[in-house]
Design a protein around this ligand. Structure first.
Ligand SMILES: Nc1nc2c(ncn2[C@@H]2O[C@H](COP(=O)(O)OP(=O)(O)O)[C@@H](O)[C@H]2O)c(=O)[nH]1
Ligand SMILES: [Mg+2]
Length: 345
């Protein structure tokens, strides 16, 4: 992905600019500052720091305050939501962190086996620490869990708690769950829903996502999605429904974009537009043209015909639905942060 940078970055930067100007610091209030300070003071006192990050944005979801502490075997970087990230990119990020003396560990907080595996790993780390600090068996190991909003700290802590009970790790590891915050003024956080969507132009975000998707390999997996008769029936039902109560109800069902047949239609539409595209994706004008074609195709796939609230093209609605599907992982696995080149790191 060498030449892809310019356009994607340009879009990303403009998204970032909007988010910075509009989001200001509405959520980073004095409570947050106090919490941040409390965390900062405790970091040197705990035995282990588990920094939870989002595997899709391993860099931009970092917890700023940890930068003031040198990387060490005390710091474990949890790349959570690995199920949503690009698998091989996650491996590359793991290697990147290892090189810098961090201990990275990729997990899926919603998966029991993943959490069990992590607990075993954590127990081994705790034993190592005890050995190296010559602390007694009765010493309680303290672990601090930090991370910016929405990376999955609560989900992770809950899973550790549930599974820890049966694996007896809980006795050994007292997990201190610290809700923490940090300024999240980076563009990628918009994707994760950290900051309200209303703060940013949804279609700009959707364009950014499409530009990433168009450069990825994910859509290639959708080549074989064929239209079933049921899909056809459901889609035409949506297109033809009239004004009766029954029709309205039917229409509502069709308009639920999370249904499987809608997701299939969306994948098909995106795949079709990329395959039919003859232009050069490295060329900004061509990329814009492809994205426009995709928006048109998506209007049909999402059955967006009406234009509420002055959304004359329906693009806002299409964008909102598309971003929602991305967030829930239904449009494939993407890692949005790119590894820094050696010269930058
Ligand atoms: N797919 C997936 N979603 C996750 C994972 N961990 C957390 N989430 C979701 O991410 C969102 C934010 O998680 P939450 O625990 O509230 O984040 P917190 O703000 O850091 O406490 C929730 O919708 C979770 O269900 C994971 O490993 N995989
Ligand atoms: Mg939480």
């Amino acid at each position: 992905m060498v030449g892809t940078a310019s356009f994607v970055q340009k879009l990303g930067n403009s998204v970032k600019k909007v988010s910075e100007s509009k989001s200001s610091s509405w959520w980073y209030n004095h409570h947050m500052r106090a919490a941040s300070r409390a965390i900062f003071e405790r970091i040197p006192l705990v035995d282990l720091v588990l920094e939870v990050r989002d595997a899709r944005i391993p860099m931009s979801s970092g917890y700023e305050q940890l930068r003031y502490f040198p990387s060490s075997s005390r710091n474990i970087i949890i790349l959570n939501k690995m199920d949503l990230a690009n698998h091989s990119k996650t491996k590359e990020w793991m290697a990147y962190f290892k090189e810098r003396n961090y201990i990275p560990y990729a997990i899926n907080s919603h998966n029991k086996d993943s959490i069990k595996e992590f607990l075993n790993f954590l127990q081994a780390r705790v034993r190592d620490i005890r050995r190296s600090t010559h602390s007694s068996e009765t010493h309680t190991t303290t672990v601090m869990l930090v991370g910016i909003p929405n990376v999955g700290k609560s989900a992770f802590a809950n899973s550790l708690h549930q599974i820890g009970r049966i694996s007896a790790a809980e006795r050994e590891v007292k997990t201190r769950h610290c809700e923490s915050t940090a300024r999240a003024d980076k563009k990628h956080h918009q994707f994760k829903g950290t900051i309200d969507d209303i703060l940013i132009d949804q279609s700009e975000l959707a364009q950014y996502f499409l530009s990433i998707l168009n450069f990825s390999d994910e859509y290639k997996k959708w080549a074989k999605i064929s239209t079933t008769d049921d899909d056809e029936a459901a889609l035409s039902l949506g297109a033809s429904s009239g004004g009766s109560e029954f029709d309205k109800r039917e229409n509502q069902i069709v308009n639920d974009h999370t249904q499987d047949f809608v997701v299939r239609a969306v994948r098909r539409a995106l795949f079709h537009e990329i395959s039919a595209f003859k232009g050069n994706l490295e060329d900004e004008k061509d990329m814009v043209q492809l994205i426009e074609a995709q928006f048109t195709a998506l209007r049909k796939a999402f059955n967006v015909t009406s234009n509420p609230c002055g959304d004359t093209t329906g693009n806002g609605m299409v964008a909102a639905k598309l971003i929602n599907l991305y967030r829930t992982g239904r449009l494939g696995h993407y890692t949005l942060d790119t590894l820094p080149r050696i010269s930058e790191s």
